[in-house]
Design a protein around this ligand. Structure first.
Ligand code: PHE
Length: 445
């Protein structure tokens, strides 16, 4: 049977942008900016995105599109069956781990969407308590986690063109309009300027090695790097498409979404005299408080949590696809069955993560619960290692002529031909060294 593919360039682009734009942009980026001192962090983040992450993105793209196979087979076949295939295996397992806890947060957005529809955020509610009682209870988050994961599995079961592409094509433009509309509205609130200053006036005294490490970690997470997701999506991209264009367009949209999300959130937070430094609770505790007070807040809350949910689903489907494509192509089981299997595994692991805030909170690994452990392990360690190994693979194991051929579509894209030497230098030297330094620094501190 012919392999399913993206039906159009636009389809491939919105699917990739959908993978990149997610909770990382709407939930994680704003609170990291809040914790790390605003604009200075953003500048470092942008530099890392384009200097380090874009070449990694392109590397994954090259591996995926060159092989037109799932992540395991891609590394296996392009390396002539060597041990590099285990890197492929890792890039299949990691997204499953991430999907498990990602769908717990996705579940919280489902629950908060319900809450916003039933008008639960009024000025008099204690939002921190409300969030606390959701995450520590047993059933509500489990039900929401199930709904979220099921939605993911159903979309993936419909395949690349009929499921992932079709969903992303409708949802990504919608997401953009919603987030932009909220940002415009937030900017009209009295006192919004303070939030804008916070986002755009750099204070470099707050930057240290640790914030650089977390900016890099965030950039990896936000661009879905080191997980096999970009690789897998790239394997469905037409040989005629331009890798440079698709990669840069994804990186730019991802960055734009993060900045617009910042503009939707910070001005509103400052306008109501709240602090942006509430960490992971920013979106679920601080924002509902803002919604409870702002004019038309009930409506804005619904829009916001729709956006959060859509962003999360267009990312979770990309994580699920990595393992599903492996099962379908290597283990020869049907797509529907593969989705069922991955649903089941991620449901169990995710349920444990969800319960680790409540009934299982006594189980500690290091000084965090299971959820923290998985989050830390995957986004700070595995993702970085995955990215590092991928650039080493492309820069030092693949033949330069093959990478050139894939990047320039056989020498026919003149701009890419001109860019190739710079890219090759970044992939071979700059990326591995920079990742290694920042990674080791992050581990020590
Ligand atoms: N990039 C997604 C986000 O910003 C998360 C993600 C990570 C998606 C890894 C796929 C793979 O939320």
């Amino acid at each position: 049977m012919a392999r399913d593919n993206f039906g159009s360039r636009f389809g491939a682009l919105v699917a990739m942008a959908g993978s990149a734009v997610g909770l990382g942009n709407l939930w994680r980026f704003p609170y990291l900016v809040g914790e790390n001192g605003g604009a200075a962090f953003i500048i470092i983040y942008i530099a890392l995105c384009f200097l380090i992450c874009l070449p990694i993105f392109i590397s994954e793209f090259v591996v995926g599109r060159r092989s037109q196979k799932n992540a395991f087979a891609a590394f296996r076949d392009l390396s002539g069956g060597s041990n590099w295939k285990w890197l492929g295996m890792v890039t299949i397992i990691v997204p499953m781990v991430v999907l498990s806890y990602y769908s717990v947060i996705g579940g919280w957005s489902v629950d908060y969407l319900m809450k916003s529809v039933t008008l639960s955020f009024t000025g008099s509610v204690d939002n921190a308590r409300m969030f606390g009682s959701l995450v520590t209870s047993t059933w509500a988050p489990l039900v929401a986690h199930t709904v979220f994961l099921l939605l993911t599995a159903v979309i993936v079961a419909y395949g690349i063109k009929g499921g992932i592409e079709r969903f992303s094509k409708v949802m990504m433009p919608l997401l953009f309009v919603i987030v932009l509309a909220i940002a415009v509205y937030a900017l009209t609130l009295p006192g919004a300027q303070k939030g804008v200053d916070y986002l755009f006036n750099p204070d470099f005294s707050k930057i240290d090695g640790k914030s650089v490490a977390s900016a890099l970690g965030q950039a990896f997470f936000s661009l879905s790097l080191g997980f096999g997701t970009i690789l897998t999506y790239a394997s469905y991209v037409s040989k005629k498409d331009n890798i440079m264009f698709q990669s840069a367009a994804t990186a730019v949209s991802d960055l734009m979404f993060a900045l617009i999300a910042g503009l939707a959130i910070m001005p509103a937070v400052f306008a109501f005299g709240l602090s942006p430094e509430s960490g992971p609770g920013l979106v679920f505790e601080t924002l509902p408080h803002v919604f409870g007070q702002m004019p038309a807040g009930g409506f804005i809350a619904i829009l916001f949590f729709v956006a959060l949910l859509v962003a999360a689903v267009t990312s979770s489907i990309s994580m699920m696809e990595v393992a599903v494509s492996y099962l379908v192509e290597e283990k020869k089981i049907s797509r529907k069955k593969a989705c069922g299997v991955i649903f089941f595994v991620c449901w169990v692991v995710g349920a444990l993560c969800s319960l680790s805030f409540g009934p299982l909170s006594d189980i500690k690994i290091g000084d965090g619960n299971l959820f923290d452990f998985f989050d830390h392990l995957s986004s700070n360690v595995l993702m970085t290692l995955g990215s590092l190994l991928t650039v080493l693979f492309v820069g030092w194991r693949l033949k330069k002529t093959d990478v050139y051929d894939e990047f320039t579509n056989g020498g026919t894209l003149s701009r890419n031909v001109r860019l190739f030497d710079v890219l090759w230098f970044l992939i071979r030297y700059v990326c591995p060294i920079a990742i290694a330094i920042i990674f080791v620094y992050g581990l020590i501190n």
